[in-house]
Design a protein around this ligand. Structure first.
Ligand SMILES: NC(=O)c1ccc[n+]([C@@H]2O[C@H](COP(=O)([O-])OP(=O)(O)OC[C@H]3O[C@@H](n4cnc5c(N)ncnc54)[C@H](OP(=O)(O)O)[C@@H]3O)[C@@H](O)[C@H]2O)c1
Length: 278
């Protein structure tokens, strides 16, 4: 039996779709009480052991607001105790080289537990354009991120869902780590050009300064910590550190990864009316 955590999120939702398509048996967990799904809250250690009873494989995500590894120690300990046979963990591109990010610390915990693992280390999600930046795109026809001319090897979360389901259901993925990227690295100027072409209205990339970005995000009511994380991510792109392109996604999928242009075309309505149903 497979348990999918973060099943309502960007990636978990795609993992669920793919497992359904493959007619696999699986369960979903949520940190919301009183739903039909299994209750598992990383902030409530008492919820963890009961949630893992009878589970053999775990798709584990780190909710973006939980940075401390203390939230994940109980789940990995419990996984060991109940005999989980594999953890497929949604990590981050470059986590193996950047020991500061929470994903690296969680990877280390999993390695130390000796539970067979598959680490999925994806690049930046295309879907962020709709989720985190959808407001500016819709209301002001701009992309407002401080990433300079830097390029990013964007990935579509639908492709991550397919790979996660493969890792959970096929043999040969234990003790492996996959660096997953799209097949091309694009700047936000490139993305703005593609959006302009398909939305039939001009979309501009304004390339704001960090200060201008900070002020606008604060005005929108975003929390300081969250803005700092975003600035870190876009500065990484600005410095040219997010442009790595690997072949691993293509090899795992057995086809080309979804391109930014395909992603835009598949989500025209969401870009036009600002409603992203996923
Ligand atoms: N965005 C990117 O470009 C990018 C790139 C690479 C890696 N990542 C990594 O991907 C992860 C985020 O994945 P995502 O975008 O799919 O997540 P997401 O859409 O933000 O969803 C987070 C999920 O976590 C669950 N959740 C929230 N609080 C919880 C708690 N206390 N205990 C248990 N579950 C909880 C939520 O479901 P319920 O409310 O139902 O519990 C929700 O489904 C992060 O670790 C991020 O660093 C992101």
């Amino acid at each position: 039996m497979i348990l999918v955590t973060g099943a309502n999120g960007n990636v978990g939702r795609e993992v669920v779709k793919e497992l359904q398509r493959l007619h696999c048996e699986f369960k979903l967990s949520t940190h919301r009480k009183n739903t039909d799904h299994i209750y598992l809250d990383f902030e409530d250690p008492s919820s963890i052991r009961p949630a893992l009873q009878g589970i053999k494989k775990l798709f584990l995500i780190r909710p973006p607001h939980l940075a401390d590894k203390k939230y994940f120690e109980p789940v990995i300990e419990a996984a060991k105790e109940v005999g989980i046979e594999q953890i497929v963990f949604l990590s981050l591109l470059g986590a193996e080289k950047n020991k500061i990010v929470p994903h690296a610390k969680i990877e280390d915990l999993i390695i130390q537990s000796r539970i067979p693992y598959t680490f999925l280390r994806p690049s930046f999600f295309m879907q962020n354009l709709l989720t985190q930046h959808g407001d500016e795109l819709l209301n002001e026809q701009i992309i407002f991120v401080p990433a300079g001319q830097g390029k990013t090897s964007f990935i579509d979360v639908r492709d991550i869902g397919v790979v996660a389901a493969k890792a959970l259901t096929e043999s040969g993925h234990r003790f492996k780590a996959y660096s997953l990227t799209g097949k091309e690295a694009l700047s936000y100027y490139d993305v703005a050009r593609l959006l302009t072409k398909h939305l039939q209205k001009e979309i501009r990339y304004t390339n704001p300064s960090i200060l201008a970005f900070w002020r606008k995000m604060r005005k929108k009511g975003l929390k300081r910590d969250f803005i700092i994380v975003m600035i870190g991510i876009y500065t990484t792109a600005k410095l040219g550190l997010a442009k790595t392109v690997t072949n691993e996604l293509k090899e795992l999928l057995g086809r080309e990864p979804i391109t930014m242009e395909e992603f835009i075309k598949d989500n025209l309505e969401a870009f036009m009316i600002g409603f992203y149903s996923r």
